[in-house]
Design a protein around this ligand. Structure first.
Ligand code: ATP
Ligand code: MG
Length: 564
């Protein structure tokens, strides 16, 4: 391709909402173009890179024995009503009506249509196992679309679904996908960790996420450096300390003016945040729940939501908190609530002694409160986040460390959740009907592209790993009006084109500095510069990934380029 003819969408001005490197670079290098919040077009260069990533994923899926098909993205409501997800998805689902008033959605994920498809065609255990996949646009009206294609509202996902006769079969299918994922991300040059993930309200017996390590990642990862345990923060457990064996003291109501936050209270009473228990009131699908955890900890909303099988969950409105507690916000506690609501306490709380809680009275707290004697919770459960330094839940010896990551893939043992809801059965050897046992496996294809850039760039631009590069080589003649210079550049260009190497020639009448800058920005792995020594058949080669420029003969340059 000739750069002079290329539809280059490079951009000088970067909008302020492009906060992270990959997003900025994708815009600057002209890979994507924003159409609306969380909705992007892939420009020619970006689309080439995107197709490279897609090709690797497709190869590994095919190699794993999965078969590709394509479902509609526009789906009738009935497809999701059978599983209950038409309601469950809430505002994240894009919904629309056809001219006859029938409800449709743009598919956010496709468990239901795949389950129905397999149900309608497969009768016997002899036809199982089967794994189907597609690479398709998905639609989710994300609360906070951001980071370009990392969290978009229209994005591309590879989603696969496995169907087996039993759990043992599912374990095998899952393992095959796990291996395929490892190969995919290894080949794409990503530095990633596999972590235990929350299986949430989806039910199921196991789930892992592939996290690309990155400081800008939206997901927290907890890991133990002693036993190798690694889990998404949403799911990570931690080992609670033993019970405090101090004597219980008498409860006292204390005047604590202007101490709405834990920090203010710590300052006022002069003790640590771990001497308090905070009570936070949530509205979970219209029902109020008081969640309690130690003052220096945070409620884990995923764990809390799972406990109540929540669809929508948010902090209760101030006005509701005031009605429930009879006090200003900041003084909630489990004792003297004016309205009876469900109380859930983290498992740490029954082990604590003589702690401070809000008194449900403005400017007052109770001290020396003890679980069991002064109040009880309706539920005691793990509802808090693990913190750096907590004891590992697996080996109970090592301490937990935290890192950040971008989730690029997710594999999930679904079990029979969808086959049961949608009656996806097969006949076994005895002719008896059984539910198929399912797994689902997603990769965010467009997100992977951004993750590659996030991990492979420098101040000058993208540094594509060869496998994902839109073009592998760029030939730069420094003087397009010089006969010897240009004809050598053209010769290299046509030799490489004939050899099937994806090559660019920057034949624009621009200064070499401008061309080098652009080549660095768009990240082409190998640059061949035809300069001063063109007449002698000597050119300069330089790898984008860092090597020094070096002079080589024309033949050598061509052979290096073929090996990229
Ligand atoms: P997240 O926790 O990041 O919202 P998820 O758990 O909702 O992800 P899945 O339903 O497991 O995601 O989807 C499979 C894959 O699709 C994810 O691993 C991720 O790579 C990708 N993905 C999910 N949501 C988005 C999005 N809004 N934009 C781009 N890619 C996404
Ligand atoms: Mg996920």
């Amino acid at each position: 391709m000739r750069v002079s003819k290329m539809f280059l969408a490079t951009q000088r001005e970067i909008p302020a909402d492009a906060e992270i490197s990959s997003h900025q670079l994708m815009l600057r290098a002209g890979l994507i173009r924003k159409e609306a919040s969380g909705i992007y077009a892939f420009m020619p260069l970006g689309y080439r890179a995107y197709r490279k990533v897609e090709a690797v994923i497709r190869e590994e899926m095919d190699r794993a024995g999965a078969q590709e098909l394509i479902m509609p993205a526009l789906l009738p409501a009935e497809a999701y009503q059978g599983s209950g997800r038409w309601e469950k998805f809430g505002p994240e689902m894009f919904r629309l009506l056809d001219r006859g008033g029938r409800s449709f959605c743009l598919g956010p994920t496709h468990e239901e249509p795949f389950t129905e498809t397999v149900r309608d065609y497969i009768r016997s255990y002899k036809q199982l196992p089967v794994t189907l996949y597609q690479i398709q646009h998905k639609y989710r009206d994300e609360k906070r679309p951001r980071f370009g294609v990392i969290r978009a509202r229209e994005f591309v996902m590879k989603d696969a679904y496995s169907f087996d006769t039993d759990e043992e079969g599912l374990d095998k299918s899952y393992k095959i996908m796990y291996e395929a994922y490892r190969r995919t991300f290894d080949r794409l040059g990503l530095d990633y960790t596999v972590v235990d993930a929350d299986s949430g309200a989806m039910g199921g017996s196991g789930s892992q996420e592939f996290m690309v390590k990155s400081e800008v990642g939206e997901d927290g990862i907890c890991y133990c450096d002693s036993c190798g345990y690694a889990a998404n923060e949403e799911k990570a457990g931690w080992t609670r300390g033993g019970a405090d064996t101090s004597e219980m003291l008498a409860v006292e109501k204390i005047h604590t003016p202007d101490t709405k936050t834990i920090e203010e209270l710590v300052g006022f009473l002069g003790c640590g945040a771990d001497a308090f228990v905070k009570t936070i009131i949530y509205n979970i699908d219209g029902k109020f729940v008081a969640a309690m955890c130690r003052g220096d900890r945070d409620i884990n909303e995923t764990k809390l939501g799972n406990l109540y099988d929540a669809t929508e969950m948010e902090l209760a409105a101030f006005a509701d908190v005031e009605l429930i507690t009879g006090a200003k916000v900041g003084f909630a506690g489990p004792i003297d609530l004016k309205q009876k609501i469900e109380i859930v306490a983290d498992t740490e709380i029954p082990n604590m002694k003589n702690f401070v809680v809000g008194a449900c009275d403005t400017d007052y707290h109770f001290k020396n409160v003890n679980y069991g004697r002064d109040f009880e919770a309706d539920k005691v459960a793990d509802i808090t986040n693990a913190k750096e330094g907590d004891i590992c839940p697996k080996c109970s010896k090592g301490t937990l460390k935290m890192a950040r990551g971008v989730e690029v893939g997710h594999i999930f043992k679904l079990g029979t959740k969808y086959s049961k809801a949608l009656n996806c059965v097969y006949l076994d050897k005895e002719g008896k009907e059984n539910l198929m046992v399912m797994g689902c496996y997603g990769i965010g294809v467009s997100r992977v592209l951004a993750a590659i850039i996030e991990q492979h760039h420098d101040d000058d631009g993208i540094i594509w790993p060869s496998i994902a590069a839109p073009y592998k080589v760029i030939v730069i003649p420094t003087k397009v009006n010089d006969e010897a210079n240009m004809s050598l550049a053209e010769k290299i260009y046509s030799e490489l084109t004939d050899a099937g190497v994806e090559v660019l020639i920057d034949d624009r009448n621009e200064r070499p500095g401008v061309k080098f800058k652009d080549a660095d920005l768009i990240g082409i792995p190998l640059r061949i510069t035809v300069g001063r020594r063109a007449a002698e058949g000597i050119v300069e080669v330089k790898e984008r990934a860092g090597s020094e420029a070096r002079e080589v003969s024309l033949e050598e340059a061509v052979s290096i380029a073929k090996g990229i």
